[in-house]
Design a protein around this ligand. Structure first.
Ligand SMILES: [Zn+2]
Length: 317
């Protein structure tokens, strides 16, 4: 996962990602920016307090329906469309208190999130035909500008790609997500998300976090699937694999980071029980582990010194 600076957590083994959930609901029927960001980027730990004023502009350079990848017929929905609940009030809007060390403590999961299967609010237009589509392009300037990339990052903008893929929400519907990722990982990751879509593996949200979102106080309830995040490992000079676009965090809330007393996102403690299978969890031998293994990526759930269930990387780091 990614480490979130404001959470003071940047360090743990290079993978503390902060999850920032921003919920900014607009009127029904409009795109809403709810989100958590940060998990994939900096460590999943919480989210920004308050609605996000500037969510990702729903203006991807490439239309999500571009026929870059062959369409696949979706299988049966995980949840009958319409049955999944909306996000509970306050999700992503309450910053957790932090201790003297600047870190928020792990907490009990709110009852309504113990089996988290909430609807996806579309950041990008969903695929009109309900099938899988993907696009891979150079990173548009507008996307780069709202990302955490700067010239100080260990990769150039030319090293990255802007990827859109269809994903299945917990609401059973097809949605469009976006990723910034390393150029050499772009096509392989499309195959991963194609497989996850075909397997009906549910994902709550997939979008690119801004630097501000990554640095916002943690709300502990973020759940954004992400790849690139320009962050070093806490307390280290080394960059996270996310800073190279060579790692992905998948459903951080259902798949928290855990080392000792540290749990990220902080409210995801109910998901430390990996024996109780719930939708969106990455499990040994499951579709996510298999899909990433097929492109040679390793899973943080296999780490021995800690567990980073959301984390997959090309290097194993
Ligand atoms: Zn990660």
């Amino acid at each position: 996962m990614l480490v979130k600076p404001s959470a003071g957590y940047r360090g743990a083994a290079e993978r503390v990602e902060s999850t920032v959930l921003r919920g900014a609901a607009r009127a029904a029927g409009q795109l809403i920016v709810v989100g958590c960001l940060g998990c994939a980027l900096g460590g999943c730990s919480g989210g920004p307090a308050g609605p996000e004023a500037s969510g990702p502009a729903p203006t991807p350079a490439a239309p999500p329906t571009a026929p870059a990848a062959a369409a696949e017929a979706p299988g049966p929905a995980v949840t009958p469309p319409g049955d999944a609940p909306a996000a509970p009030a306050g999700l992503g809007a309450r910053a957790l208190p932090v201790g003297p060390d600047g870190v928020a403590a792990a907490r009990d999961t709110p009852p309504e999130l113990r089996n988290r299967s909430i609807i996806t609010v579309d950041d990008l237009p969903p695929p009109p035909d309900g099938r899988f589509h993907a696009t891979v392009t150079a990173v548009p300037a507008s996307v780069l500008a709202r990302s955490s990339w700067t010239r100080n990052c260990p990769v150039t903008a030319a090293d990255l790609r802007y990827v859109t893929v269809s994903f299945r929400g917990f609401d059973g519907r097809a949605h469009t997500g976006e990723l910034l990722t390393n150029a050499r990982a772009a096509d392989p990751l499309v195959t991963v998300f194609r497989r996850l879509f075909a397997a009906n593996f549910p994902i709550e949200r997939m979008r690119i976090s801004t630097a501000a979102e990554l640095n916002a106080p943690s709300t502990g309830d973020g759940n954004t699937t992400e790849s690139f995040a320009c962050r070093p490992v806490r307390g280290q000079a080394a960059w996270s694999q996310h800073a190279y676009g060579l790692a992905v965090d998948l459903n951080p809330f259902q798949n928290p980071y855990h080392k000792g007393l540290v749990v990220l996102p902080e409210l995801a403690t109910a998901y430390l029980d990996r024996a109780e299978a719930r939708p969106g969890m990455v499990r040994p031998g499951g579709p996510a582990v298999k899909a990433f293994a097929a492109i040679g990526w390793r899973w943080g759930g296999d780490y021995r010194s800690l567990k980073d269930y959301m984390h997959f990387s090309a290097t194993g780091g």
